[in-house]
Design a protein around this ligand. Structure first.
Ligand SMILES: C[S@@+](CC[C@H](N)C(=O)[O-])C[C@H]1O[C@@H](n2cnc3c(N)ncnc32)[C@H](O)[C@@H]1O
Length: 193
């Protein structure tokens, strides 16, 4: 397992993502792979990992690693399927229904989709998130020496968690969505065989 060169609100959830990889998984896809850190970690669990990012500059600067292929592409244009598909802080870069339907088609029968996402906070439905702020600030403070990350394109989330849940209920039946610390939710879905 590569040692993390930095910590941030996305790498915080890499252990969760890796826990979703079934022992039988051979192929993995990480969409919006950035510098490929998660793709390199996935390669410790799978035989072949593809990382795609729409930003060719970030792909060109990513370190090479065995069994990892990084490619400049929009994930919505891919037509292969994979045993595991991961998306960390990327789904909110496209309209949620477009993104979710494209991700669904990339998961092989019996395969797993693991998303770490951002949502647009709503003052009413996210009110009970407020008591978590001290824990978020505490963790940020504790990890600040290692805080960092690749120079990637960022975007503000456009959809509330209610909208994301509704899109998932329609296109990823049975998906499990959980609100997490560090302004992230996780979504796990298994495609039926
Ligand atoms: C916030 S960054 C997250 C990068 C990485 N997953 C991480 O956790 O550090 C979002 C990434 O998604 C990429 N991206 C945005 N839209 C994309 C698309 N349609 N297809 C592939 N990559 C996309 C951006 O170029 C950017 O590198």
């Amino acid at each position: 397992m590569p040692t993390d060169p930095y910590w941030n609100h996305n790498t915080q959830y890499h252990p969760w993502v890796l826990d979703q990889v079934p022992a039988t998984a051979r192929t993995a896809l990480d969409i919006g792979c950035g510098d490929g850190l998660l793709a390199r970690k996935l390669a410790t669990r799978c035989d072949a990992v593809l990382g795609v990012d729409i930003d060719d500059r970030v792909i060109a600067n990513a370190p090479a690693a065995p069994n990892v292929h990084l490619e400049h592409a929009d994930f919505r244009d891919l037509d292969q399927t994979f045993d595991v598909v991961t998306a960390v802080a990327t789904l909110h870069h496209v309209p949620v229904r477009d993104g979710i339907t494209a991700l669904r088609h990339l998961v092989a029968p019996g395969g797993t989709l693991a998303v770490v996402g951002l949502w647009k906070m709503h003052p009413v439905s996210d009110f009970h998130y407020l008591p978590l702020l001290p824990a978020i600030w505490g963790l940020d403070r504790w990890r600040r020496r290692s805080f960092g990350g690749p120079d990637v394109t960022l975007a503000d989330p456009r959809e509330t968690l209610t909208e994301i849940r509704s899109a998932a209920a329609e296109h990823l039946p049975g998906a499990e969505i959980r609100r997490r610390l560090m302004w992230r939710y996780t979504l796990r879905w298994r495609r039926p065989r």
